[in-house]
Design a protein around this ligand. Structure first.
Ligand code: ZN
Length: 597
């Protein structure tokens, strides 16, 4: 506990299950969840849909059961993530985590059976069913489940694909991690050459000394190129499996699945990238100016994260908390109230002590309707942003608290809406209140770096990945060609601003090898700009906007993004206007930066 204040920096988990990883209450919870999943599975398996409107009661009853089991498992999952994060040396946690993973897998299997049964209804009966009161509010999610099942192969075939994907698909993703684990990056420090892990080496790219960055980049390229043949095989096989699965299902466009997951149209995605492509010039100017400030003609890939100034001032946890609350309060009472509650009721774990996991996250305990936030607060401005970011996630779940549980499962592209919004409030306030010009510049650059990452770096990833998958349809794409595709994508995405690129980025970036979700890139950019668009509205409308903001957040998991934007922002996401306004905000930061330097 932080002395003499109500801003606790150690969370309370006992309120859920007392006794940490030895909790008997938690063991009991796992047991009863197991029984419930099993009961749910039999209920779904025994169910005989009759293609009649009278099935409504049965469907409603199964859905309620589903909601209850899903909440139970989520409650357990949230608890084990918190246990792991607060003490990574706690040996008992991994056993518990394994049990929760098993529970989720069993639930997923039962749901596959349920979804298939939804496809047995004729379209017209189905439409009628969705109109009945008990199911009406779940119209979108139930329809989505049914369509997803309809567009897949039969249950037997999909089961075979799932079984084969363990070794034939996910296995490649795991092999990537194994290869990366063996990579050592040579780094010369004085007369000594050290061998750094990939993670340690990556941190050096933000080193203030050009010589250090250049040296680490040379070692970096060399290390990745040594493993490039293995990595290109891995990537090709992983992509081959995915493409073959799509082919069997009759899906032609490689973007079909990621767009479906993110509940958005192709046209929206195309428009977003088009607006970004047309707005590269100011960011190119920014990169040129940054090069000058670093004493170079043009930046290299390894200079992108180089700091141009330093922020010296440290803040205490209480100061950080008060800063957040003060600035949230300009946007509305609910958000402020939520943040206060999180600080006062021990919802946040921020203490700086050994043994904690790196990074930050927010998680939610649905059975208790409470959030928990994890991070390590060491007093930097970026810690304050992280705290605001995670509180934003918390506020999102808080805004949705009265929604049906099945209507709370938002996709990745809108998942960062509330967090980015909260972070923006704090980032803007920090820039305005900077103690001196250097600090102001450093904070502003930090903001612009995010725009560069989302509008240039992620754009390169997207361009590369779409082009690679197109070529992969015709056969294996060799290492040299991968390098070439990547270099071209980077030149295009960075508007030719850099002197040197990173052709092996396809190898060094984990995201291309993630098998859980395809195309782990454009949802980030979407989320960022979507949030900026909402933030701009909030700035225009002031405190009164909060009610509308909450209404928007509530709907984030029960309609497409186009419908969401139309209903709450009155904009058409397939048209450039909204995106242009959002990008304009990023450009305004660049303009301020240019005038300050
Ligand atoms: Zn986040």
């Amino acid at each position: 506990m932080t002395k003499g204040s109500t801003y606790y920096d150690v969370w309370d988990l006992d309120v859920f299950f007392s006794g940490g990883s030895s909790s008997q209450a938690f063991i009991n919870h796992i047991h009863s969840s197991k029984e419930d999943v099993e009961r749910f599975r039999s209920r779904v398996t025994d169910w005989q849909p009759s293609n009649k409107i009278t099935d409504q009661e049965q469907i409603a009853e199964i859905v309620e059961f589903f909601q209850r089991v899903a909440k139970e498992i989520r409650q357990a999952g949230a608890f084990v993530s918190c246990l792991h994060a607060q003490n990574t040396n706690d040996k008992k946690v991994s056993g518990l985590r394994g049990q929760v993973t098993e529970l989720s897998a069993s639930l997923q299997n039962a749901l596959t059976v349920f979804d298939q049964k939804l496809t047995t209804y004729d379209d017209q009966i189905w439409e009628e069913l969705l109109q009945v009161e008990a199911l009406h509010q779940l119209q979108f999610v139930l329809n989505e489940r049914r369509i997803n099942a309809l567009e897949r192969l039969s249950q037997e075939e999909e089961t075979i694909i799932n079984a084969l994907s363990i070794d034939g698909y996910h296995g490649w993703g795991q092999l990537y991690d194994t290869i990366v684990g063996t990579i050592k990056v040579p780094f010369k420090e004085g007369n000594e050459t050290k061998e750094l892990s990939v993670g340690q080496a990556a941190n050096k790219f933000s080193h203030p000394d050009h010589v250090v960055r250049k040296s680490i980049f040379e070692g970096w390229e060399e290390s990745w190129s040594e493993k490039a043949e293995y990595l290109s095989k891995t990537l090709n096989h992983l992509a081959g499996f995915r493409l073959n699965t799509y082919k069997l299902r009759g899906w032609e466009d490689v973007l079909k699945e990621p767009l479906q997951i993110n509940r958005m149209q192709k046209k929206t995605l195309d428009t977003m990238w088009q607006v970004i492509s047309d707005a590269k010039a100011p960011f190119v100017t920014f990169l040129e100016r940054k090069a000058k400030l670093l004493g170079k003609d043009r930046l290299s890939w390894y200079d992108l994260d180089a700091p141009i100034g330093q922020v010296e001032s440290k803040v205490s946890y209480e100061e950080g908390a008060e800063f957040i609350i003060e600035h949230f309060s300009r946007f509305g009472k609910e958000m402020t109230g939520f943040a206060k509650k999180a600080f006062e009721q021990k919802w946040i774990e921020a203490e700086d002590r050994p043994g904690k996991a790196p990074g930050g996250f927010h998680t939610f305990f649905p059975e208790s309707n409470q959030s928990r936030i994890f991070m390590t607060f060491s007093g930097t401005p970026s810690n304050v942003s992280t705290l605001a970011h995670e509180l934003g996630h918390g506020f999102h779940t808080y805004a949705m608290r009265d929604q049906h549980y099945l209507n709370r499962n938002y996709a990745m592209n809108v998942a960062e809406t509330a967090s980015t919004f909260a972070e923006m409030i704090v980032a803007d306030a920090s820039v305005k209140q900077a103690k001196n010009p250097e600090e102001k510049l450093a904070l502003l650059e930090d903001k612009i770096q995010r725009s560069v990452a989302l509008l240039m770096n992620i754009h390169a990833r997207f361009l590369f990945e779409t082009r690679f998958y197109e070529e992969r349809k015709n056969g294996v794409v060799g290492t040299d060609r991968l390098n070439q595709l990547m270099k071209e994508a980077q030149e295009e995405a960075y508007g030719g601003a850099l002197a040197e690129y990173h052709p092996l980025f396809w190898a060094s970036k984990l995201h291309f090898f993630i098998t859980g979700v395809p195309f782990y890139n454009f949802p980030y950019t979407f989320g960022y700009l979507f949030s900026l668009g909402i933030y701009a509205k909030a700035l225009e409308e002031g405190e009164g906007y909060e009610e509308k903001y909450i209404a928007l957040l509530k709907d984030t998991a029960s309609m497409t993004v186009e419908e969401l934007a139309w209903k709450h922002l009155n904009v058409d996401l397939t048209k450039p206007d909204f995106w242009e306004k959002a990008v304009q905000q990023c450009i305004a930061d660049v303009e301020e930066f240019l005038s300050l330097t």
